[in-house]
Design a protein. Sequence first.
Length: 179
Amino acid sequence: MAFLRGVERRIDAGLKPSVGSVASVVMGKAPDSLREQLGIAIAKRTFKAYRALLDSARWQRAFNFGARPQWLLWASTGTKDPKASGVLYIKALAASFTVNTMPEGTWNALADHGELGSVLPADSGDCEEVLAQFAAGIDVDALASQLQDEGAKSFVKSWKVLLDVIDSKSAALKKAIAS
């Protein structure tokens, strides 16, 4: 919703509403018995809400002014469980208006396994039924919030590692040039 508010403010100010953006959804740790199913169901629920927003009159107004949709980012969709398919998340979350930052191993598994299969429908298929199975004893919203917090921390950590690598390479290059 923050993205749409920003686009609407640009329209009201007479600015171009065409802004490129992605919204990140990060899946992480959950109880072992639920990890793969629950993470996918939460991501599907997010996609369902996202598609409902794109179908809303409010978004259609912004779109008619030239706004571009914010894409969902499925971040780090490698399968952590060695017992699960290496392309589990890729197949489950293949959808329009999404970006997937799959690790190299997952990319290779996708190349080896070939076909994606069907694309995630706008209504997200069975996500509500799957989440209903976990409703007893699990606060799905709290877990989703925890996963997003952990994902944000993971991105910050990765960003810092990237900056350290750039600094290190820059220092080595400066040293080599000075020699």
